[in-house]
Design a protein around this ligand. Structure first.
Ligand code: AMP
Ligand code: GLY
Length: 426
């Protein structure tokens, strides 16, 4: 029997989506890591621990007993203060503190933060009274986006094309309380029409290292039609962000955010995700997330040519400066999300899936799946993220669709145009 190396650490990845499968896949390749556990995980992750992401006591207990370094995927436990709790118990954990997570957990906090620190974002006003909110619409001459203040599972944002839609959005959030307490207050902000891209960096509170650029596809149907979803596919790098634009976003958005947080007494340690709208070559921050994007994480992870564990550990210790420069595979990666028909509304579950296979340059990350008696069943809206590399964007797209088309289940659905926007820029 091989001798156990006690210098290795165990890792606990918190979450159950495609992002968490990609993170645990990459972390299990680290020479520093022994076992990767995932809580609660999905049909594709190994060593699943049946603990809910919001059960902070049980997670801490597991991490303690199994000597784990914990890595948090989704926003909910971060907003609840999982990092503060673990640190109080002397448990090692990667992610931002509760205070730092306000960048995502309160859109109003984030907008005010951007305003007082001159970080470019759309102009806005805040309301808790529906009547005053409606009166505000009479005083402006631009289209608006109405946003619930709190976390609403990515659904609390209503993009409006006219005043009637804006009035109905105000009623949905403030009067009907469709998003519950997350909609006690709203932001009415100027609608900016441009090109969207995601810019994600890794910070230790002092410096921020940019991850590879990427672009998500948020709408359910081809050509960006239909309702918003969590994301139907992503690719990396995106030619929309060239070197000079990347530098501009790094300076004006990422570094400015990290330094402004620091000067307000908050060290941001974790992944900082800026949802950017580009208009006339200038970036505007639409939103912050305090975590990796899902599905952006899948193609970005596939291109990593470094030991992710080293960088996440250094981020949590404020030591990123001491690590060598990050390296990326000089290839494109594309992730096609295979969803259940009906998502983002109602969809069937428990349908057996066949045809999942991995190759040297492609990997199927699971999201809404569950394994029962060695059979993989659909168990969510976004089911799989088929991710493939290619020397060109076109090849990566072809490769990803080739692997996707081998997979089948009764109500499988995917967009057929993932990456197309990128091609039009090349
Ligand atoms: P958010 O969760 O704030 O990123 O909003 C979700 C989506 O709504 C974004 O990905 C954009 O497509 C859209 N959106 C948000 N804010 C604006 C804005 N000010 N102008 C135009 N579109 C927006
Ligand atoms: N793909 C968008 C997000 O993770 O919020």
């Amino acid at each position: 029997m091989p001798k156990r190396d006690f210098s290795l650490v165990n890792v606990l990845v918190v979450g159950s989506g495609g992002r968490e499968h990609a993170l645990s896949w990459k972390l299990s390749q680290s020479s520093k890591v022994d076992t990767v556990f995932t809580a609660p995980g999905n049909g594709g992750t190994q060593n699943n621990i049946p603990i809910n992401v919001e059960d902070l006591d049980a997670l801490a207990d597991f991490a303690q007993k199994n000597n784990c370094f914990t890595i948090v995927g989704p926003e909910a436990p971060l907003a609840m203060g999982i990092v503060d709790k673990f640190q109080k118990q002397n448990l090692k954990i990667f992610g931002p503190s509760k205070q730092a997570a306000q960048l995502e957990s309160s859109k109003i906090w984030a907008k005010n933060f951007m305003k007082r620190n001159n970080i470019p974002t759309a102009r806005f006003e805040i309301f808790d009274d529906p009547q005053k909110a409606k009166e505000h619409l009479d005083s402006i001459d631009y289209d608006v986006v109405v946003k619930a203040d709190g976390l609403a599972a990515g659904k609390g944002v209503i993009v409006c094309s006219n005043k009637e839609e804006a009035i109905s959005a105000i009623e949905t959030i403030l009067t009907k309380k469709t998003f519950g307490d997350a909609g006690n207050k709203i932001i009415i902000e100027e609608r900016i029409d441009g090109i969207e891209a995601s810019f994600i960096a890794l910070s230790d509170g002092k410096i921020a290292i940019p991850m590879a650029s990427s672009q998500d596809h948020k709408r359910i149907f081809d050509d960006d039609k239909g309702p918003n979803t969590g994301g139907m596919g992503a690719y990396s790098p995106t030619p929309i962000i060239d070197e000079s634009l990347a530098k501009k976003i790094q300076d004006k958005v990422i570094d400015k955010t990290i330094q402004s947080m620091k000067s307000e007494g908050i060290e941001f340690r974790g992944f900082l995700y800026a949802g950017i709208m580009l208009k006339d070559g200038e970036p505007y921050v639409l939103e912050y997330n305090v975590r990796m994007g899902d599905p952006e994480c899948q193609p970005i992870t596939m291109r990593m040519d470094f030991d992710l564990f080293d960088y996440l550990a250094a981020s949590s210790e404020g030591q990123l400066q001491s690590l060598p420069q990050i390296k990326w595979k000089n290839q494109y990666a594309v992730c096609i999300v295979l969803a259940s028909k009906g998502y983002p509304e109602k969809y069937p579950k428990d349908e057996p899936i066949s045809g999942i296979s991995n190759s040297e340059d492609s990997y199927v990350f699971h999201a809404g799946t569950i394994k029962k008696d060695q059979v993989i069943l659909s168990n969510g809206g976004r089911v799989l993220g088929v991710t493939a590399l290619g020397d060109t964007l076109e090849q990566a797209i072809q490769n990803a669709y080739k692997q996707s088309d081998k997979i089948s289940w009764a109500n499988k659905y995917c967009r057929r145009d993932i990456g197309k926007k990128g091609l039009s820029y090349l």
